[in-house]
Ligand binder design. Structure first.
Ligand SMILES: *[C@@H]1O[C@H](CO)[C@@H](O)[C@H](O)[C@H]1NC(C)=O
Ligand SMILES: *[C@@H]1O[C@H](CO)[C@@H](O)[C@H](O)[C@H]1NC(C)=O
Length: 396
């Protein structure tokens, strides 16, 4: 029988998993590395550690898309010079990542989503911020993978926020609850682009886009369904990077037509009486239970390197949102966050601090805090620079 002394780190972590509550996280960093983290929780404290550092994901790994059923992981590359790639990896049961395929990409990818095929995972679509495009590929990714489509957009003039809305900037892609539509908020064009999915070919056909408020700069979105198993009352919550707000949209499925959106509300990501500090920008939005969460970058609400997260409650009957509170995201420039499946922990990823913070979440009240673990991952970024940590997700 093997003694503890002869155990590999992976076996030791397995042993620890039986002692405390062990979980894993995956991180991408603009320094060109991916990281696998272990997280061990013991009541109201926890410990994060880097288990693996892997150079993969291109020059600027920007986003992580995980299929938790199979352990397949995809990484987008934001670099627009050199040889940008789309990377597919396999994540083992101990959290170890291994590259299984890379394909040439267009570069400038900032977010991606699985869609289409027989199970909603046959293809991947990426938002390409700087190239003003949305591209898609058939999975799995291999050296021979060709893009299914590259849809490129133009604008006749600049948008209301001239410095940022110089041209279209698709910022994310995600499917609706039926899996029949793909949505892509476009920060530059103030549009939520909507596509009908042809499942077998992965072909995206444009529907009429939804127009946001001028200068909103929509970035990410999250759906909410009042009752499981029904699409009645479906809502979409979009975080507006330039407007520093969350907009609520009702979602309709007219027979014989495309998914349509109607905006019902736009609510600030700051408490009443507080406006967005100069240089701050909202980033990411998630829904858990009947609550919506959106993070602010560079608002320094809780100290010179501690930004805030806004919590909203959702009214069941209407899908309307109400600002509950701003709490500490325990990170600087939180570009990314994810709530775990149990709904009791939130992982925040600070881009500039290059830290991961684990914060408790009360599944009944939706309230966040306190922080129970924090870890520097890779090199710190510089304020306002496109460096530092780019994404964090739970590996579960
Ligand atoms: C906001 O910050 C930018 C960049 O630091 C600066 O150029 C601008 O003058 C600031 N605006 C205000 C109103 O302080
Ligand atoms: C969640 O909040 C409720 C109401 O304040 C409280 O009774 C409950 O103990 C909290 N749950 C946890 C796990 O802290």
């Amino acid at each position: 029988m093997a003694s503890i002394r002869s155990c590999t780190p992976a076996i030791l972590l397995g042993l620890l998993a039986t002692l405390g509550d062990a979980a894993g996280l995956l991180v991408s960093h603009y320094n060109g590395n991916l990281y696998s983290l272990s997280f061990i929780q013991d009541g109201n404290t926890g410990q994060l550690a880097v288990k693996q550092t892997l150079k993969a994901g291109g020059g600027m790994p920007s986003w992580l898309t995980l299929d938790s059923d199979t352990g397949s992981l995809w990484v987008t590359d934001e670099s627009t010079y050199g040889s940008p790639v789309l990377t597919q990896l396999q994540v083992g049961s101990d959290g170890t990542m291994k590259v299984t395929g890379t394909s040439k990409s267009n570069g400038g990818e900032v977010h991606s989503s699985l869609y289409g095929g027989s199970n909603g995972k046959g293809f991947i679509a990426a938002a390409e911020y700087d190239p003003s495009s949305i591209s898609s590929w058939k999975l799995p990714i291999t050296g021979n993978t060709q893009a299914v489509q590259k849809l490129t957009y133009t604008m006749s003039g600049r948008g209301p926020v001239a410095s940022r809305q110089d041209k279209p900037h698709p910022h994310s892609t995600f499917t609706d609850p039926t899996g029949k539509y793909l949505l892509a908020p476009d920060l530059g064009a103030d549009l939520i682009r909507i596509f009908a999915i042809e499942a077998s070919s992965g072909k995206l056909t444009a529907c009429t886009a939804a127009k946001t408020g001028g200068g909103d700069g929509p970035r990410h979105g999250a759906f909410w369904i009042p009752r499981a198993g029904s699409i009645d009352g479906t809502m979409l919550y979009i975080v507006n990077e330039l407007g520093n707000s969350v907009s609520a949209w009702t979602v309709s499925y007219p027979s014989g037509g495309c998914l349509t959106l109607a905006k019902t509300q736009t609510v600030s990501t700051y408490p009443t009486g507080k406006s967005a500090p100069n240089g701050s920008k909202a980033a990411e939005v998630h829904v858990a239970g009947n609550f919506v969460y959106a993070v602010n970058r560079n608002d320094k609400s809780f100290g010179s390197t501690s930004d805030s997260v806004a919590t909203y409650s959702i009214t069941l009957e209407t899908g309307a949102i109400t600002f509950v509170e701003a709490t500490n995201a325990y990170t600087y420039y939180p570009r990314t966050f994810q709530i775990n499946k149990a709904g009791d922990l939130v992982a925040f990823g600070g881009q500039t601090s290059s830290t991961v913070a684990i914060v408790q979440r009360n599944t009944t009240t939706g309230r966040l805090g306190p922080q129970i673990a924090n870890l520097l991952v890779g090199t710190r970024g510089g304020a306002g620079n496109e460096d530092g940590l780019s994404a964090v997700i739970w590996n579960e």
